[in-house]
Design a protein around this ligand. Sequence first.
Ligand SMILES: [Zn+2]
Length: 52
Amino acid sequence: MQNRLIISCTHCGTVYAGRVRTNGTIYPPTASKGCRCGNESFVAVDPDSVGS
Ligand SMILES: [Zn+2]
Protein backbone atom coordinates (compact mmCIF):
# COMPACT_ATOMS: atom_id res chain seq x y z
CA MET A 1 0.00 0.00 0.00
CA GLN A 2 1.35 3.38 -0.97
CA ASN A 3 0.33 6.57 0.72
CA ARG A 4 0.04 9.86 -1.03
CA LEU A 5 1.56 12.89 0.52
CA ILE A 6 2.96 16.27 -0.28
CA ILE A 7 6.70 16.39 -0.59
CA SER A 8 9.14 19.23 -0.93
CA CYS A 9 12.55 19.29 -2.58
CA THR A 10 15.20 19.81 0.07
CA HIS A 11 17.22 21.96 -2.33
CA CYS A 12 14.85 24.33 -4.12
CA GLY A 13 11.66 23.76 -2.16
CA THR A 14 9.54 22.77 -5.12
CA VAL A 15 6.46 20.95 -3.91
CA TYR A 16 5.26 17.76 -5.53
CA ALA A 17 2.47 15.32 -5.00
CA GLY A 18 4.57 12.44 -3.82
CA ARG A 19 4.23 8.99 -2.41
CA VAL A 20 5.93 6.99 0.24
CA ARG A 21 6.83 3.35 -0.16
CA THR A 22 6.23 0.85 2.60
CA ASN A 23 9.94 1.03 3.40
CA GLY A 24 9.64 4.74 4.03
CA THR A 25 11.25 5.97 0.83
CA ILE A 26 9.70 9.19 -0.39
CA TYR A 27 9.52 9.75 -4.11
CA PRO A 28 7.74 11.96 -6.63
CA PRO A 29 5.81 9.88 -9.19
CA THR A 30 5.84 12.74 -11.67
CA ALA A 31 9.60 13.15 -11.44
CA SER A 32 10.97 9.67 -10.90
CA LYS A 33 14.55 10.84 -11.31
CA GLY A 34 14.17 13.56 -8.73
CA CYS A 35 13.40 17.22 -8.73
CA ARG A 36 13.67 19.36 -11.84
CA CYS A 37 16.61 21.09 -10.15
CA GLY A 38 18.50 17.81 -10.08
CA ASN A 39 18.20 17.12 -6.38
CA GLU A 40 16.90 13.72 -5.39
CA SER A 41 16.13 14.33 -1.74
CA PHE A 42 12.65 15.18 -0.58
CA VAL A 43 10.91 15.73 2.69
CA ALA A 44 7.28 15.14 3.51
CA VAL A 45 5.19 18.24 4.04
CA ASP A 46 2.04 18.55 6.08
CA PRO A 47 -0.68 19.28 3.48
CA ASP A 48 -2.32 21.68 5.90
CA SER A 49 0.79 23.84 5.89
CA VAL A 50 1.15 24.11 2.13
CA GLY A 51 -1.81 26.40 1.57
CA SER A 52 -2.84 27.22 -1.97
ZN1 LIG B 1 14.55 20.95 -6.41
